[in-house]
Design a protein around this ligand. Sequence first.
Ligand SMILES: Cc1ncc(COP(=O)(O)O)c(C=O)c1O
Length: 427
Amino acid sequence: MSRIARHLLPDSAKTNAFGHLEIGGCDLIALADKFGTPTFVYDEAHLRARCQEAVSAFGKHRVVYATKAFLCGAMARLAHEEGLLLDVATGGELFVALNAGVPGSACVMHGNNKSTEELKMALDADVQHIVVDNFDELDRLDALHASGAKRVRVQLRITPGVAVHTHEFVSTGQDDSKFGFNLRNGDAQRAVDRARSSSSVEFVGIHCHIGSNVFAAENFTQAAQIMVDFANQLGVDELTLGGGLGVAYLESEHAPTITQWAQSLAAATAKLSKTTKVFVEPGRAIVASAAVTLYRIGSIKQLPGIRTYVAVDGGMSDNPRPVLYDSGYEAFLPARVDSDRTERARVVGKHCESGDVLINDAMLPSGYAVGDVLATPVTGAYGHSMGSNYNKVTRPPVVFVRDGVARVVVRRESYTDLVSLDVADSV
Ligand SMILES: Cc1ncc(COP(=O)(O)O)c(C=O)c1O
């Protein structure tokens, strides 16, 4: 197999005079030496370019960045600076956004089981609107209003009854879903009637999100058409069509661009009342291919006639997607980025699980050795954010690179961090 496909690498990726891969003008081998491994390296210009593409395709304050894909203070500020709103799905995500200096009015509160405390936090922060998921949440908003909370703008999350071509764990718009008000069985209309007659909420619109890592334009257009019909019937001010645009993880994959996604949604919403504002909520499409993860190879085990295992110093704790969704990734050696990859190996992590596999069938250049830096591309979404401390492995740092400058925006966790929540007198 030839060298790693360029469409999987961040925009600014290029081979330097040493034959090493550079991102944002920074040599990845030098970054691994300086910051250690594993490390998430994000191309800041790539992040900004995707935000700008989304804003020019949908409009300022019409793109709600789904922070669950990747969130830290620097990312929250970057998305806000570029004119995106922030989708926060928990009190924790809201806290991180507010702590970064993003005003509550630029945040949209999500979640299928928001607690009273989370709702109160959202109300206190004066969020742009709350996406209400179920009748119990409407009860909680009524109770908060009765105890003095102000009236809040709400969109209602609707499941349009569309099943999409993606992993079942990230398919969310079908009838059999934990999310939202069902359109087909009349719950959606009942929720609208209730919200419209309620004094605790101001009903401004409807919302759907059909799933994640969706490549098929027809899935989006089908859902959009159903939502447009319902929005027109109701005469709402706002319609959110969710996120979910897929990205290529493998050489064989090619995903629609944000601009192409916008074009298919524009066609599908052509009949929408001109007074209804359209919002979208991309996460993965903004951040996934902006990042690579740098690991170091710690052991190579050859099993003649079976396979070769290449163990790196991270694994399911920094990228649980292969274990959760059977997701595929590619690998390359940044020190020899243009070399043909001719050797097949299974890239595994350092956790105490046979399932701790990062790449089932990776292709690597011949002659790779213990101590080499190995990188996996397209790790910017749902890696750092879904990471864990399993086996008390410390979480990797996040480094933003741009114009030859690398800045640590999230430091590496320390062993002291691992015990920082232990209560002293219980030790
Ligand atoms: C309500 C909602 N909106 C947006 C997203 C973002 O999805 P993606 O990262 O696939 O664009 C998600 C992801 O789970 C979601 O649940």
